[in-house]
Design a protein around this ligand. Sequence first.
Ligand code: ATP
Length: 675
Amino acid sequence: MPPKPKADVLVQKSPAEFFAENKNIAGFDNPGKCLYTTVRELVENALDAAESISELPYIEITIEEVSKARLNRIRGVEEHGRLDEQLYQDFESEDAKKKRLAKEARDKERLQKLIEKKKELAAAGAAAKPGAGMRGNLFYKVTVKDNGAGMPHRDIPNMLGRVLSGTKYGVKQTRGKFGLGAKMALIWSKMTTGLPFEISSARKGCGTRSHYVLDIDIHRHVRACIPNVHLEEQLPNPDHWHGSCLSLTIEGNWQYYRSKIVRYLRQIAVITPYAHFCFSYKAEDDKNSMRINFRRRTDVMPPPPRATKHHPSSVDLELVKRLIAATDTKTLTSFLKKEFDCVRPALAERLAGEMQAGVEGDTNPKHLTDKQVVRLHQLLHEVRFDDPKGDHLSPAGEYNLRLGVMKELNPDMIATHQGDVRVFEGHAFIVEAAVSVGGRDIKPGINVHRFANRIPLLFEGGSDVITKTALKRINWASYKINQSTDKVGVFVSIVSTKIPFKGAGKEYIGDDVEEMVAAVKAAIQACCVQLKAKIVRAIAAREQKQRKRNLTKYIPDVANAVYAKEDEEREAKRRRLEVADERHLLPAVVSHELTTATLQARLTEYVERIDTDMALEYQVQQGLAAGVAKVRVRCGRGEKEAAQRGMRGEALVVLALSVYVYVSSSHGIRVVDSS
Ligand SMILES: Nc1ncnc2c1ncn2[C@@H]1O[C@H](COP(=O)(O)OP(=O)(O)OP(=O)(O)O)[C@@H](O)[C@H]1O
């Protein structure tokens, strides 16, 4: 008889336990990705903290390799030799060892060939050194130090040791939102090394510095999830340092995620060119260490985002109840005015009047019955309100975006655009875009770079609204851009008080929000329109240059042909004429007062001049000279003069060719080319 199934047992889990078991929800999928996400979460907190006090961010990021032996020393675990080798995962029989060595030799040979074929593969080769993958996961101490606002001493345990707690839940554009990121890193640390968070933090102008060592007890405190504080102290802060320094030791995989981490830092440097990032990787073996500085390129920082009120059409029933419970207003009209965005006094009165069912404008909101609250919620969703203005948002700005792209890619052409404020579910959002053509370190085709609330998004690109729009909804050919052969960089940044991320990992934005699809498409198209004008001008300039080259090629023919049929006598009599003005050139030619050499020299001189003028004009068109705006102002006159000179010179050459044609035909000479 089969055993009787046991009755299901009711179990309660703490939020920490839930996230520990489903850590992929928050972007902690595997050890490599966990290392990447830990860096990302700490860096984004650091940026938020510096920007909140309008301080130009200076962020130091260190990843330090920790060998198992060192980790064990830190944890106080004794090292034991192996008694039974065959028990272990890394045990290799003689046969397996032989096979592995042969495979490694083959890989090495193949790699060598590749490197010889393409030099730039050398870097990739270093990353994929034979045996590198063999090292597998290692342990790393991740430390991020910032010059931000710091944290109040009392709040640190809750901020960093209690799941789903943070200061960024309001209606405000911040990188953080869920109150989860740093705690997920701590949970991962607990799960893999068991080591706690180490935190140093000081507020601006504070004479003391807080020092904490804490962690989370994942399985206890089902409801409260109380942080576990191992050490709490307040140390002197004689230098009045402000900011935070957070440090964790986790399992990770640097080999596989190195390029992602570096790419993330490169991209965050693009979208925050006013921040300085010092990144260092300290390997146990010094030759594998690396250090990269992403320097600040501007001191112009976007104004910090401001918290705003809830827009009436964005609230749900629970939120209405919460606002009523928390308000200190005494009447319904003042409640509507004070707690909601876009509700002016007159509108508040009208809304209160519309409630009916015994509710007046001076009814105390706390006295509303459940049914009346439901009615209020319905009303807020049915009435037409003004859209939020979006002045509480802080986009990167076209200047910063352009600067970042120029620094990173050094493209041949770039166009930027900032869209108008648009609204999605009562939340204002702004889309900014930059589209570049050409440049270094960029593959042919459409290369999409996505940013949301000034965070680079590197994963799940295929499902993202920005990628899908750039690849599927833009007709690149209509802007004279070849989607497969041109090196096109598409940078799109969305800022909002609510970014419709799919998942707490903040990896991508869904493609199902119509308002966002339309705004992203419009921003990319606006850049493309600007680029098309530049491309058309560049093509025209190139064609004109080519025409000049063709003309130059025929100058000797022109000059010789003009004089070919002249008799020696008249040639001898002819004086060498210095023609001061090209207007006199044609009569001089016609009256045969000019030598062939002079005519040739003059024609060449004009064609050369046109070439220089065209080059200058081309460069001005591309906006490549330093400080585009400034240069434009300075070049205004030069451009005009250049164009005039170019036209005059070209007219002269055309004139000469006309002479050539005229003289040729009158002497029966064959016209070689009519261009
Ligand atoms: N470097 C820092 N400086 C100042 N405060 C910080 C810093 N790091 C974290 N905090 C505080 O700790 C809180 C919790 O951070 P955590 O990373 O867990 O979540 P979050 O940033 O609020 O949201 P998300 O889960 O979306 O990242 C933050 O809201 C912030 O108040």
